[in-house]
Design a binder for this molecule. Structure first.
Ligand SMILES: Cc1ncc(COP(=O)(O)O)c(C=O)c1O
Length: 408
């Protein structure tokens, strides 16, 4: 498909087959205080998108500017939709569903971006991909690297949680701990690609990360019978996932397959609400210290912050900020009342929906259709339950012990 890059900030267009990362002019304005400048968006030729109207069904690959090779080696997509009986009732929303992206190959939504960055690498004849991450993006890229035999070089802050890093080590990535912050690792990974080549997959820095993440929206459109929900909740840290989700709906609209964008909701923790603050105040300022326990959305300087705010406005959406205690409660509620086991970042989207549910019914009526994107599995971070849940004491191996255990 024909496409051009368009700068999110100045609107300048770039047509090239080469790899492009950020707008050369706008990225000069980057500083420590404000959200990064110069994200590039991929703008696909309108006629090519409109031609998709002729198809009875579309797949997300129809909307990709690079072809996927050997897709089944790394089966990304096709995640189920759950319609939670009890939670639907509890929230008074009968048309409530969860999109279970926690079931992707490496256990998080990040597989969607990694799948597409592999397509970009193949199109460019590259077999090495470098990135910085503290967890899920690194694991997803390493998983893809193992599936396709690619070299993955992963820069991580030395303080990153060991359980998420171990996954990348076991997939066979070259893991480089850095004595510094995530931002330091981000900068070093860019220097690495400048010196040693390869594609850089840093979130939002490489526009193909947002572009790959749009696959969820196109998939959803077909799963819902060629419809999109009225409202869609997305957990937000860097703002890359929500920008990708928005891009998918934007492309569907540009193709003439839907006439209205869903209202997107950016779900954030009170302890890491940079994008919500920017959306509400119009000031794109980094926050001093993000401290949320939902580590995947703990972000001070959001890499796709400006794009995310623009896309939220375009969708007539909003930001809902929740307390960490409500996030951890939502994680337990999802497990015990819906059988859905997700990490705290993902549970943030559900916590926001719970907070908004009465307002949603009031604003859109009781038939409102609401989706919640659940982005990562809880299995990666069982430490969150330490001291909060425990395994009951073992009983003796005897019938007497069973009788004793269940007698009042
Ligand atoms: C499980 C999970 N949910 C949500 C997010 C937030 O995505 P973004 O940082 O693109 O806003 C991440 C990002 O790491 C994640 O891993």
């Amino acid at each position: 498909m024909k496409f051009k890059y368009v700068c999110n900030d100045c609107g300048k267009e770039f047509v090239t087959d080469e790899v492009m990362y950020t707008c050369p002019e706008c990225s000069k304005k980057n500083n420590d205080k404000e959200f990064r400048y110069g994200n590039l968006n991929v703008e696909i030729d309108e006629n090519e998108l409109k031609a998709l109207q002729k198809k009875e069904h579309v797949t997300y690959e129809d909307f990709f500017v690079y072809p996927l090779k050997n897709k089944d080696a790394y089966p990304v997509g096709g995640t189920p939709i759950a319609r939670p009986l009890a939670l639907s009732k509890k929230n008074g929303i009968k048309n409530l569903f969860f999109k279970l992206d926690s079931q992707l190959p490496s256990g998080s939504f990040k597989d969607r971006a990694s799948q597409f960055v592999v397509a970009q690498a193949f199109a460019q004849g590259e077999n090495k991909i470098a990135l910085a991450s503290t967890g899920n993006a690194g694991a997803a890229m390493s998983c893809a690297g193992a599936a396709y035999g690619l070299e993955i070089v992963l820069f991580v802050p030395a303080t990153a949680p060991i359980n998420k890093l171990m996954q990348s080590v076991l997939y066979g990535a070259t893991v480089v701990p850095v004595k510094g912050t995530y931002d330091d690792a981000f900068a070093l990974s860019i220097e690495y690609t400048k010196h040693f080549g390869g594609i850089n997959r840093n979130t939002a820095y490489n526009p193909m990360t947002i572009e790959g993440k749009k696959s969820v929206s196109i998939e959803l459109f077909e799963q819902l019978g060629r419809k999109v929900p009225d409202v869609f909740y997305v957990p937000v840290g860097d703002g890359c996932i929500i920008s990708g989700v928005a891009k998918g709906f934007y492309d569907l609209k540009k193709a003439g397959l839907i006439d209205k964008l869903p209202h997107l909701v950016a779900a954030q923790s009170e302890e890491s609400a940079a994008i919500a603050n920017a959306f509400n105040t119009g000031k794109f300022l980094n926050i001093e210290k993000a401290t949320t326990r939902a580590d995947s959305i703990s972000v001070e300087s959001p890499a796709a912050g400006r794009t995310a705010v623009r896309r939220l406005k375009e969708s007539d959406g909003w930001a809902t900020v929740v307390k960490d205690s409500d996030i951890l409660k939502a994680q337990r509620t999802l497990a015990s009342e819906a059988g859905v086991f997700v990490e705290p970042a993902a549970a943030t989207a559900y916590a926001a929906l719970e907070k908004d549910s009465a307002m949603l019914v009031e604003k859109f009526g009781k038939d409102v259709s609401v989706g919640v994107l659940l982005t990562g599995t809880a299995f990666k971070d069982m430490a969150v339950f330490e001291g909060k849940a425990s395994i009951p004491e073992a009983i003796e191996n005897s019938v007497d012990a069973v009788i004793k255990r269940f007698s009042k």
